[in-house]
Design a protein around this ligand. Structure first.
Ligand code: GUN
Ligand code: ZN
Length: 438
């Protein structure tokens, strides 16, 4: 039934979102056990208690009933490779052989726009199935892989960040650009896609070993010339890789310093992994308002190392969680939290579930300097949200019956949940995924 106010929609259920980092602020989250999320024209109009908000709705406003479930801002995955979808879970004894044996040959096929489009569609289905509504995405060296990705994400109306990989040395011939062609293609793609609809562009040097100094310099220039674009790369992931960077850039103080010297550390620069940083590196992350994308399933899978949450928090670094598929072994941010929790334990620190949900929502939005756009239910945010089902599986349901607090409930979801715990995913106020079973 269409009514005069059909652009307003409301969703009733438990509402959870953040307005601060629970690691540093005591009352950082909002929780409305019987809550109402009011959406108008694809944006959050209000979020609060059902009893307070329901009477303010225009007569006839449809209210979707999600009582017993938890409505949260959609998850944000700050580091993921869409072309690596088909090679997830490829066995290899470490990062560098894994790149040579599986990653590079798989990425080669993305010179074909049709193949790229087909993988992009599957990839987006998978993101929405696990409740990820925004991702920061690596494409391949081929500009057409970026066009294919944004064409697919725009057709679904998604808020996505992506970019063409820059790599002009130390990779196979079939996967190399040149310093000039890489910069030219990047600039063309920025003009075509950055702020086009909900698309945002990320300048994407793969990592220091696969760029010449000339490419690094041109990339730094692009980062300065386009200050509101994003920048993504890998840093200090694996010890063997760190030794290689030391050989290639002997003048740099550290691996991170290579990027710093070329002017790549700035707001909206996101550095994947950040495992082997030192204190000065962490300070530079904070000073430049760059962000770390922490990728626990990938780091455990490739044996790269354990991220140090305690040191990162001490330095007040911007942090977010990320899957790093295909190095990562799951698309699910819940499964990513599961592994992040264990990584923290192995480093002698502790990540409450509240913190992990923050890092996957508002914390990520802050890392990307997108607060006010996504990651929260503050009025005016884009209505990207998910419906979490605490009773999604027989085991979760059994555990839920014995939970005594919201923290325990979220913890069980993080440790035991996956795509089955996502009952529905909405983007811009539109239903983009509904779980079929259960
Ligand atoms: N370092 C350079 N390229 C890659 C990649 O594709 N995945 C991971 N995990 N690390 C990288
Ligand atoms: Zn990666």
């Amino acid at each position: 039934m269409q009514t005069a106010h059909s652009s307003v929609q409301a969703y009733r259920g438990g509402l959870l979102y953040f307005h601060a980092d629970p690691a540093f602020i005591e009352h950082a989250h909002a929780w409305h056990e019987d809550g109402l999320l009011v959406v108008a024209d694809g944006k959050v109009q209000a979020a609060g208690d059902y009893a307070t908000l329901f009477p303010t709705l225009p007569p006839g406003t449809p209210v979707q009933d999600y009582r017993g479930k938890i409505i949260s801002p959609g998850f944000i995955d700050s580091h993921i490779h869409y072309p690596q979808t088909d090679m997830i879970a490829s066995p290899s004894p470490g990062l560098l052989p894994w790149l040579q044996e599986y990653t590079f040959p798989t990425e080669r096929a993305f010179q074909d726009p049709q193949h790229a489009g087909q993988v992009a569609e599957f990839f987006l289905d998978e993101l929405l199935r696990v409740g990820t509504t925004t991702a920061m995405v690596y494409c391949t060296v081929h500009p057409q892989s970026v066009d294919a990705f944004f064409q697919a994400s725009e057709a679904r109306g998604l808020r996505m960040i992506a970019g063409k990989v820059l790599m002009d040395r130390n990779g196979p011939d079939f996967l190399q650009d040149t310093a000039e062609s890489g910069a030219r293609d990047t600039e063309d793609l920025i003009r075509r896609w950055h702020n086009h609809g909900r698309s945002l562009y990320a300048i994407t040097p793969r990592f220091a070993p696969t760029s010449t100094e000339e490419q690094m310099a041109l990339t730094g220039e692009l980062a300065r010339a386009w200050p509101d674009t994003f920048l993504q790369t890998h840093v200090s992931e694996n010890e063997e890789e760190c030794r290689w960077v030391k050989q290639l850039y002997p003048q740099a103080r550290s691996y991170l310093d290579v990027y710093d010297r070329y002017g790549m550390m700035r707001p909206r620069a996101v550095f994947g992994h950040c495992i082997w940083l030192d204190e000065r590196d962490r300070e530079r992350m904070r000073e430049t308002q760059s962000a770390a994308a922490v990728c626990p399933t990938s780091n455990l899978f490739l044996g790269s190392g354990l991220f140090d949450f305690e040191q990162a928090d001490k330095a007040r670094m911007l942090l977010s969680l990320a899957t790093d598929v295909g190095g990562g072994t799951s698309f699910s941010m819940l499964q990513t939290m599961n592994e992040a929790y264990k990584v923290a334990r192995l480093k002698g620190s502790y990540l409450p579930a509240m913190r992990m949900f923050y890092l996957a929502t508002l914390g990520a939005a802050r890392s990307l300097h997108l607060e006010g756009t996504v990651g929260s239910f503050a009025a005016g945010n884009e209505a990207d949200f998910i419906v979490l089902d605490p009773q999604a599986t027989p085991l979760l349901a059994r555990r839920a019956a014995h939970c005594n607090s919201l923290e325990e409930q979220l913890f069980a979801l993080a440790l035991l949940g996956d795509d089955r715990a996502i009952a529905a995913t909405y983007s811009g106020g539109k239903l983009v995924h509904a779980r079929t079973q259960g």
